[in-house]
Design a protein around this ligand. Sequence first.
Ligand code: GYE
Length: 335
Amino acid sequence: MRYLEDVVLKKWSAAVLAGALAVGALAGCGGDDAGSGDGGGGGGKITMGFSQVGAESGWRTANTKSIQESAATAGIDLKFSDAQGKQENQIKAIRSFIAQRVDVIAFSPVVESGWDTVLKEAKDANIPVILTDRSVDSQDKSLYKTFIGSDFVLEGKKAGEWLVKEYEGKTGDVNIVELQGSPGAAPANDRKAGFAEVIKADPKFKVIASQTGQFTRTDGKEVMEAFLKAHPKIDVLYAHNDDMGLGAIEAIEAAGKKPGTDIKIITVDAVKDGMTALAAGKINYIVECSPLLGPQLMDLAKKVKAGDTVEQRVLTEETTFTQEQAKAALPDRKY
Ligand code: GYE
């Protein structure tokens, strides 16, 4: 389906409006009224076009599940499209949603920049846009109705604050390596910035290497292998998500070191695999980022469709986990 969707979307980019409606029939994996071309807006049922980043992490999988399940529960017809990590695919999907005249467009932007043109197209077509999980850097806030998601700068700060406390009263350099999320993504930019802001207060904290691990386990492992080869003394790993941290743990163990002890590890997300590693002592601290945005997103879609005013920014509530807290929380962890 993904391949088909991709091919169809590619063809569509060269086609004119007439062809676009047929595309809609194929692009909407989640929709069952595909082909009506009316977007369902007339019949009372809300149609939402959703463009997802991809399937790069456990967080993303949980987020997709939350959105699909909540749409079904809310009686919203979801046209779900997977961008496979590419902005160009998201732009094509959004254009296809516009052509299908869906009631609401929601998406989680792969990167922060470069959205003004397509968002303007949606606005001109009178289709409201809800940013989900990640934001865009557009100056014109009228290009979208609302943004629901976490405060990624705050997450980075929480990671930094744990570190500052952990090394309180200790002297000597603390060598930190950082695995960044995918380049240009809001959570990568912000988690880096928030962390840097907090640790800069004490010059003993030194970020000796910082590179992208694409939010994936495979890249996290590979980049950590390179870090370990290049730097004999690494005290701390800060990974922008659990998956990269989990990949790095494999690299650390393969290098004969003990994750969580020889190298302290801080990650973000708190998905089940991350929490399991935290409870097992292989990670030291996780800053939570909730992927369960579906129910609130569907509520917002209904309000936006009804013409109700919604907050420009809807924040998700999150916590942090130590090893002990992870042990207590694990049995009830849903994702
Ligand atoms: O932390 C990471 C995922 O945008 C908050 O994207 C999301 C991030 C999440 O790939 O695991």
